[in-house]
Design a protein around this ligand. Structure first.
Ligand code: DLL
Length: 443
């Protein structure tokens, strides 16, 4: 079902017209009301009058996360704080968080794009959504919450974590859909199996997963173990939160629709900053077209993806590929660029290994080394343990780890040490985002 059929299927020429009108207004507001943007334009020798269409966007320099930090807390707002209805924060690795503001109209837009997203994910009015994204400063919980209500769903605002209660209410209330991070979906799926919960006592049909990179290997694990159709939801606080893009449950694997009447995307070369053609992978850059309180022009997300139109799709809006990783999280190992999702993708094809893994990066020798710690798959491990004391040493696992090592070498071009681990030994998501990389390099 399409939540807003008219907009979601708007012919491209009309969509562009709408975007251009909104962009001209947005540029005007930012230039006149936000000193940071006035200076950005003046320093670049660009006037607002030169930005007539989205094709003119490359004339404007990027806005980086540092601009939000430097103007902490409300310096990039277009209006006094007392006219803002809500604040959210996104914590960085160090220091102060970045702050984003929403007017009531912004909150309507937020709910609208989430309602569209949940619809695309398969959800319908009347279904029960177990919202296991964190409530609070994080945009996930409240973002999904109001969008689900707008769609007419019943929302269970359980927030992240508290696995016992998640599983109890999931059964007692017969939740139809769940939204959480993909790593937490894996945790829940595993706990269901571990506790011997009857899958027939669970009614979940859809899982809306995002807030961290994930691949087909996690999708197949979550889908089989939870019995759901799992789709990808993407977003970032700076742009609005979740619901910048969403995958359709009947078009799985073909990318996620960017709701481009509100968020105009570009993909640029990570080294030169030059716009890249559709289909080519680079850094995603977004311009908010309709936001009132804290709009941004050409926000440099650091997320690596490609964008493209899918002529065979249900909607006219542009699609984006899954995020390969963040440019600032990319490892460079012996000259080879590496995202942890590349290892995760390879894992999907290797039998008897689970999707729980960690990359340990070290430099005790002369060069950087990556060790892949991966868990033996529970079912195989249990079967082998019955008649073998040390199941991890069994030929089945030895061949699986060799196959993984070879596939990594063939596909990624790096030799990595593979260490097989006992099921359950690698850290799990306890409700939020999970880090897959342990960087032990001495600087
Ligand atoms: O994670 C918003 C969100 C909440 C998205 C719930 C989806 C679901 P931030 O905490 O500001 O906001 O983190 C944003 O998380 O720049 C990406 O690097 C990453 N990210 C978000 N969604 C995905 C996804 C929320 N589906 C940052 N795939 C972004 C890969 C994602 N990475």
């Amino acid at each position: 079902m399409l939540f807003n059929k008219e907009i979601e299927t708007l012919p491209l020429d009309k969509l562009r017209k709408l975007q251009n009108e909104q962009l001209r207004h947005q540029v005007h507001v930012l230039y006149n009301r936000v000193p940071y943007y006035k200076q950005l334009f003046d320093n670049a020798g660009v006037t607002p009058a030169e930005i007539m269409t989205v094709e003119d966007l490359p004339k404007i320099p990027f806005t980086y996360k540092s601009a939000l930090r430097d103007n902490y807390p409300f310096g990039l707002f277009t209006m006094p704080r007392n006219e803002v209805a809500r604040l959210h924060c996104s914590s960085g690795t160090t220091g102060k968080p970045i702050v984003v503001g929403y007017t009531l109209k912004d909150l309507d837009i937020f709910a609208e794009v989430i309602a569209r997203s949940l619809s695309a994910a398969g959800c319908e009015k009347g279904m029960l959504l177990q919202n296991a994204y964190g409530y609070g400063l994080f945009t996930g919980g409240l973002g999904l919450h109001y969008g689900a209500e707008k769609l007419g769903m019943t929302v269970l605002p359980i927030s992240g974590g508290g696995t016992d209660k998640q599983l109890m209410l999931m059964q007692d209330f017969q939740s139809d859909a769940i939204c959480c991070t993909p790593s937490y979906a894996l945790t829940l799926a595993e706990e269901i199996r571990k506790r011997g919960i009857d899958r027939n006592s669970i009614n979940l049909k859809y899982a809306i997963l995002g807030a961290e990179p994930w691949t087909e290997s996690i999708r197949s694990e979550v889908e089989t173990k939870l019995g759901v159709i799992a789709t990808n939801i993407y977003g970032l606080s700076e742009i609005i939160g979740p619901g910048v893009s969403q995958e359709d449950f009947e078009e799985k694997g073909t990318g996620s629709y960017i709701w481009e009447d509100h968020f105009y995307p570009e993909v640029v070369d990570k080294d030169t900053g030059k716009p890249l053609p559709y289909g080519q992978q680079g850094v995603l850059v977004f311009t908010t077209l309709s936001k009132e309180a804290s709009p941004l022009l050409r926000y440099y997300t650091n997320d690596i993806a490609s964008i493209y139109y899918d002529k065979t799709a249900k909607r006219t809006h542009i699609k984006m590929s899954p995020i390969a990783g963040r440019a600032d999280d990319m490892l460079i190992i012996r000259g080879v660029n590496l995202f942890h999702t590349q290892v995760e993708s390879v894992l999907e094809d290797i039998a008897h290994l689970s999707a729980n893994y960690q990359l340990i990066v070290s430099n005790s020798g002369a060069m950087d080394e990556v060790e892949v710690r991966v868990e033996a798959e529970q079912a195989t491990f249990e079967a082998l343990s019955k008649d073998n004391m040390d199941a991890l040493m069994h030929d089945t696992f030895v061949s699986a780890t060799r196959a993984l090592q070879k596939k990594i070498k063939d596909n990624i071009g790096l030799s990595m040490k593979i260490t097989l681990q006992l099921p359950g030994s690698i850290p799990r998501s306890e409700g939020g985002k999970l880090s897959r990389i342990v960087d032990q390099r001495k600087k």
